[in-house]
Design a protein around this ligand. Structure first.
Ligand code: F6R
Length: 364
């Protein structure tokens, strides 16, 4: 049941801290504080390239994974949506690993991409929530997201569990590849172990997020902007808003705004910015200042450390808990998902069963 929540989506949003914690328990040895990867389909220290594929939200999780694997594990990554990859016939180098991400383990395009990667001779590792699914049976190895059943059509907790697994996988691959020292591993693991309690704090921002939602709910179009690993978070926020509130939303890499979408900006198009503290903060801020100068209404998700920098330009600023830059996409994701949920409530849509959508897309 819904345990007293109004919707499964609301219940599942509240399960974020638990699900992140359970997933970490499965992947980090509490005694040594080291990431422990189960049997891998190949020598992960020797992988030369990684090909990631998935659909929808799971694809955005993969995009966050790309930033992590490239930056921290120094592993070249290709990523594409499964519906494209399955027909692209790209040349695949020996020494590559196929990495699939799916909540259901049954998505038709992702399954077809899995088969084509394996036919090309790649070992395939899948990050799955449904551990008894078709993809689980057909993969060379599986990393489970310990999210429990997800009933709401819009994915929430499964997505953050996917990010949690990808973060641990990044640490494991980086260590195996000899590019992560003990001290750095300890720093990243601490950041992960800190997450369940920091994620729980996000629920104290309900009033602030509802105030933001009242701006978003009035709009016909919404622009989401972010850079680096906050860019796929912006994409996830825009997808969730479209799915459940039926408001048109697009996400752009903040630096791309001046190559086109800036012409959309006026006071009727709110801009939701995912802008955590970190190396790309100043760059993103200057993009937002440009948007503000053109009359845009800014709604910013940042953190305690940087909120004062946004107050002058943003109509609403939410100062989320400050966390290590590595794990900011996980915190930011929860916040943009709640924004979509609160907006859908104001619009009165069928939150758990949005029109035209199915939980598991088993046809092409
Ligand atoms: C978004 C959503 C979909 C799924 C996509 C992939 O909220 O639910 O975009 O993420 O259909 O589904 P799985 O992960 O089951 O392969």
């Amino acid at each position: 049941g819904k345990d007293g929540y109004r919707h499964y989506m609301e219940k599942e949003l509240h399960e974020h801290p638990l699900v992140i914690g359970q997933t970490l328990q499965r992947m980090i040895d509490p005694a040594t504080r080291k990431v422990v990867l189960p049997d891998m389909p190949c020598d992960i220290g020797a992988i030369r390239r990684c090909v990631i594929t998935a659909c929808g939200s799971a694809f955005y999780a993969g995009m966050v994974g790309r930033y992590w694997l490239e930056e921290i594990a120094r592993l070249p990554v290709d990523i594409d949506v499964a519906s494209e990859l399955r027909y692209r016939d790209p040349p695949l180098e020996a020494g590559s690993l196929g990495l699939l991400i799916s909540q259901s383990g049954e998505t038709a395009d992702t399954l077809a991409a899995l088969r084509s990667l394996r036919n090309a001779g790649l070992p395939v590792l899948s990050i799955l929530n449904a551990e008894h699914s078709t993809m689980a049976r057909e993969s060379d190895a599986v990393l489970g997201t310990v999210a429990g059943p997800e009933i709401s059509v819009a994915s929430t907790k499964a997505f953050t569990a996917q990010l949690t697994v990808l973060a641990c996988l990044t640490i494991g691959v980086a260590r195996a590849g000899g590019v992560l020292g003990d001290a750095q591993e300890e720093e990243l693991v601490s950041a992960l172990l800190d997450l369940p309690s920091r994620a729980a704090e996000i629920f104290s921002f309900g009033d602030d997020i509802r105030a933001m939602a009242s701006v978003v709910a009035e709009a016909r179009d919404v622009l989401y902007l972010g850079r680096g690993s906050a860019y796929p978070v912006a994409m996830e926020g825009a997808l969730k808003l479209k799915e459940i509130s039926y408001i048109h939303a697009e996400a752009y890499a903040a630096g791309e705004m001046k190559h086109g979408p800036i012409s959309l900006i006026d006071k009727t198009v709110p801009i939701v910015a995912t802008i955590p503290s970190g190396a790309l903060f100043e760059k993103t801020l200057s993009n937002l200042q440009e948007a503000k100068a053109r009359g845009g209404r800014l709604l910013a998700f940042t953190d305690e450390r940087s909120a004062h920098r946004l107050n002058a330009i943003a109509e609403r600023t939410i100062a989320l808990p400050h966390v290590h830059p590595f794990v900011t996409p996980i915190i930011q994701t929860i916040a943009v998902q709640i924004l979509a949920y609160e907006t859908a409530l104001l619009k009165g849509t069928d939150v758990d069963q949005p029109r035209n959508l199915a939980k598991s897309v088993t046809v092409e």
